[in-house]
Design a protein around this ligand. Structure first.
Ligand SMILES: Nc1nc2c(c(=O)[nH]1)N[C@H]1C(S)=C(S)[C@@H](COP(=O)(O)O)O[C@H]1N2
Ligand SMILES: [Mo]
Length: 369
């Protein structure tokens, strides 16, 4: 049994500025200003748990089992994984599907995330593809099912989460079984010894404490795969409308989005002068094309400079210097467009019953004086 108080103390030690949500499970996020770096340090990286933290013991004793629709079941030790497969590093954004949930009206069930349930890290591990191919993937395998020992807090007989990936995403060379984060061993809080890294997919697809992968002959039906869990309606659903789960699909690629990391809400800018605005832009699979920023709540816009990202799945820094209007309240807004012409909605993103995928443009209020 783990000691919850000790886990909370350890979390406060390694992630000092994280704001914890009132929840039986450990869930916490940084303020946007703490995310002002191309690579998010572990100390500022959000943490999301559906259940308990598991006892993982000695990391070197960890085992990963591969079974289901494969030619040969296998059990891998950490050492065997490292020795048998090429080690690769992918820089990728990890964003919880519920990031920004608290901005939806009416409010929905779920952790009321602000804007900080996102970060960008360097993930090191082996390709999920290589490990699956070593078992021989049967043509009947269409989905992966991922398993971990963490349990639901209200019902410890049930897994906290067991999600999976469409086989094409599982066989994508950028999808990893990771054991490292930002050049260090993957911390327990982030799923160490082993987690899935599924760049562009919501955090729910990044199974932590991975100890078994089953190849499935149909969409995985593990814990929190069904109903409205991590699923969004295929057509618009109004608040209160009766819901049929058939009208929902598993979230795959996350929408185009940005985060303003400076200035912070409540900023004071010199009236008639200029202000530097900066942050990061990212998207699930369609590359980011441009970012525009307004200093007056969306009436006037200026294109921001956009730095290259560290590979296709990293976020990209944007920066712009804007004229400050005359004295009075002012509002910064940033809006990203992707190469397919999709952009962040300026007002509300499509409401959905569980409050997922809110990519509405962020507004930062301050004053010119
Ligand atoms: N085993 C397990 N894996 C999990 C979860 C979980 O509750 N249990 N939560 C998922 C969700 S919803 C998110 S957003 C990410 C969060 O990863 P992090 O805590 O490393 O930031 O982990 C995912 N993997
Ligand atoms: Mo999540």
């Amino acid at each position: 049994m783990r000691d919850d108080a000790a886990d909370r103390a350890e979390l406060a030690r390694i992630k000092p500025g994280l704001v914890l949500h009132a929840d039986a499970a450990l869930n916490g996020e940084p303020l946007p200003a703490m995310l002002d770096a191309p690579i998010t340090p572990v100390s500022a990286f959000f943490i999301r748990n559906n259940g308990t933290l598991p006892d993982v013991g000695d990391a070197e004793g960890w085992r990963l089992r591969i079974d289901g629709e494969v030619e040969t079941d296998r059990v891998w030790s950490m050492a065997a994984l490292r020795q048998s497969f090429e080690t690769v590093t992918v820089t990728a954004v990890l964003e919880c599907a519920g990031n920004g949930r608290s901005l939806f009206t009416p409010a929905t069930d779920g952790v009321p995330w602000g804007l900080g349930a996102v970060g960008c890290a360097r993930w090191t591990g082996v390709r999920l593809r290589d490990v699956l191919l070593a078992s021989g993937v049967r043509p009947s395998a269409v989905y992966t099912g991922h398993y971990a020992p963490d349990r639901q807090i209200s019902d410890p007989s049930r897994p906290a989460l067991s999600r999976g990936l469409p086989i094409a995403k599982a066989l994508d060379p950028d999808t990893l079984i990771a054991f490292g984060m930002n050049g260090e061993p993957l911390p327990l809080l982030h799923g160490g010894p082993l987690r899935i890294v599924a760049p562009g997919y919501p955090g729910s697809a990044w199974q932590k404490w991975l100890d078994r992968i089953a190849l499935r002959p149909h969409e995985h039906d593990g814990e929190k795969m069904q109903g409205t869990n991590y699923r969004i309606p295929l057509r618009h659903v109004a608040p209160g409308e009766p819901i049929s789960p058939d009208g929902f699909a598993v979230i795959t690629d996350m929408p185009v989005k940005s985060l303003v990391t400076a200035p912070a809400p409540g900023f004071v800018a010199p009236a008639g002068g200029v202000i530097d605005v900066g942050g990061f832009a990212w998207s699930g699979s369609t590359p980011v094309a441009s970012v525009r920023v307004s200093a007056d709540g969306g009436r006037g816009w200026q294109d921001a400079a956009l730095a290259p990202g560290e590979g296709a799945y990293a976020w990209r820094r944007f920066a712009v210097t804007l004229p400050v209007p005359s004295a009075g309240p002012m509002q910064i807004v940033a809006q990203v467009r992707d190469v397919a012409g999709q952009f962040q909605p300026l007002d509300a993103a499509p409401w959905n019953p569980r409050g997922y995928c809110n990519n509405q443009a962020q507004r930062v209020d301050g004053v010119a004086r």
